[in-house]
Design a protein around this ligand. Structure first.
Ligand code: KIV
Ligand code: NA
Length: 270
């Protein structure tokens, strides 16, 4: 199989082929999604929510993401593996950003990195790209800034649409090969996508982007509590696992499991 590389993204945009993506944080889901033909897997700092249980992405560290990225990268044959630069690992300076990106590539075995911010992150994107590391941008709602943005709210409405376009263009000008548009109105997401030469990957950005990404625990129906409007659950893993765990506990308590076929004999004694 031919690996997905940055060239794939440009070709997909030119040909109008939509790009598919899911997050992944472990070898087993990475293998499944890769075999299903998902084009790129994001080792997202959403691990803060769905793996570590922090409730936000803010506390996630580079040291926490590195082993997850290595696990995902080691399991794929075709999909590109993009790893997030977590909050605090790139904002200080372009030098800090390059240092963190290099760690994700070296120790995390990632194929590309993603960082949040448009105009404000352009200099760092440029430096990372110059170091030979492909960069994916991320504009619109940027979860690492949730406290500054006043919570989980749609970005780019009304007059803010111009800033969104300026941010997306800054990411492109800085040399990124693609950009995530998160939680912005569908109309402006379509306009931004038509204005850019690089593909846009939408999450809560409507149908007019060049690709889509979802957090895998959301798309698989594993997440509990309030799920964002933009999520579609393609399975009910929470229901399936709850039933399975309940049945297992019942079987252990009643003695129905393990049965003989799950047990070892000793031909010398039986
Ligand atoms: O961390 C993440 O999962 C992300 C996607 C939602 C784009 O950044
Ligand atoms: Na992220």
């Amino acid at each position: 199989v031919k690996r997905v590389r940055t060239r794939f993204f440009g070709t997909a945009k030119q040909q109008g082929t939509r790009i598919t993506a899911l997050t992944s944080y472990d070898a087993l889901t990475a293998q499944i999604f890769d075999e299903a033909g998902i084009d790129f897997l994001l080792v997202g700092d959403s691990a803060g929510n769905v793996v570590f249980g922090h409730g936000t992405t803010v506390p996630v560290t580079l040291d926490e993401l590195l082993p997850l990225s290595r696990a995902v990268a080691g399991a794929v044959r075709r999909a590109m593996v993009v790893a997030d630069l977590p909050f605090g690992s790139y904002e200080v300076s372009p030098e800090q950003a390059v240092g963190s990106a290099v760690r994700l590539m070296k120790e995390g075995a990632a194929h590309a990195v993603k960082l949040e911010g448009g105009v404000r992150s352009a200099a760092s994107i440029r430096r990372i790209v110059d170091a030979g590391v492909p960069v994916m941008g991320h504009v619109g709602y940027t979860p690492q800034s949730e406290h500054a943005l006043g919570g989980h709210v749609v970005q780019g409405r009304g007059a803010a649409a111009e800033q969104l376009l300026a941010d997306a263009l800054a990411v492109q000008e800085a040399g990124a090969f693609a950009v995530v548009l998160e939680m912005v109105p569908a109309g402006i997401a379509r306009e931004v996508s038509e204005s850019l030469a690089i593909p846009t990957i939408g999450i809560g950005a409507g149908a007019g982007t060049d690709g889509q990404i979802l957090v895998w625990q959301d798309f698989a129906g594993l997440t509990t509590g309030r799920v964002p409007r933009f999520v579609k659950a393609y399975a009910d893993l929470r229901g399936t696992l709850t039933e399975a765990a309940t049945a297992y506990a019942d079987d252990v308590r009643t003695g129905a499991f393990p049965a003989e076929e799950h047990s070892f004999g000793d031909p010398a004694r039986d």
